[in-house]
Design a protein around this ligand. Sequence first.
Ligand SMILES: Nc1ncnc2c1ncn2[C@@H]1O[C@H](COP(=O)(O)OP(=O)(O)O)[C@@H](O)[C@H]1O
Ligand SMILES: [Mg+2]
Length: 267
Amino acid sequence: MDNTQAEEFRRPYSAAVPRKRRNIIAIASGKSGLGKTWLAVSLAHALSLLRKKTLLFDADLGLANTAAQIGLTDIEGLESVINAQKSLNQIVYSYDKGRFDIISGGSGLMKLSEMPIGRLQILGEDLSTIAEAYDTVVLDTGAGVKKSMRALAGLAAQILVICTDEPSAQTEAYGFIKIMAAQYPHSRLGIVVNQADSLAEGRRTYETVNKACVEFLRLSPPLMGIIRRDTRVRDAIRSQNTILSRYPTSEAASDVINLAERLSADG
Ligand SMILES: Nc1ncnc2c1ncn2[C@@H]1O[C@H](COP(=O)(O)OP(=O)(O)O)[C@@H](O)[C@H]1O
Ligand SMILES: [Mg+2]
């Protein structure tokens, strides 16, 4: 942890976080490029296939790409809410192909990570209110441990920390878990291993992170799912489709469905 992060950690941000929502699942990681956005989109689709009324929320203003992954390039995003031109429920779009709703982030504007505390609080409260209309809300968060990222992830009762077999991803996952567990002890933290070469390899990755958590933090976040590396993930993204529409029988698709089932069973 560098000094800035340490300083942020000392100043709790929980005052800005409205009440926690049982049905909000945050996808988070310490590092970018691990597959958070892809997993958020895929999970939203899988949950809707399990008949859960689902909202996918892109909590990024700097590099919003959740909607773009499924070809929704012309919908209004969070910038109009941040600029106070629209309310959050005016920018809910339905993605008919996946039968879930989506709120797009924004690009190139003020980063959510730099948003004033008052704005962030209103956004959090609005999201919390909108969440009442859904069975599940999947939150795609930006990478890292910035205060505002943590605050939004802290809205979620369930936080899925994404990790891969890269050593740096494992270190960052451990660091993220350490901070989140200290600041939001009432959120359930779980680990999802993505881009695993095999289920056995994925389990080994999980064991490595879990061992550090047990040894240094005295906590053991459960393994919520392993998603295998699959070349069809990239193909599906390229064709602006979800993996479940494009390659419903692929390994990655079946792993995402298993994860959605596990999350549904956990309530
Ligand atoms: N299970 C997987 N198998 C193969 N490639 C994957 C998998 N998950 C993610 N990827 C690749 O990783 C890239 C980055 O994913 P993305 O969701 O944008 O990451 P993040 O949101 O964490 O920055 C994707 O474009 C995709 O090509
Ligand atoms: Mg992303």
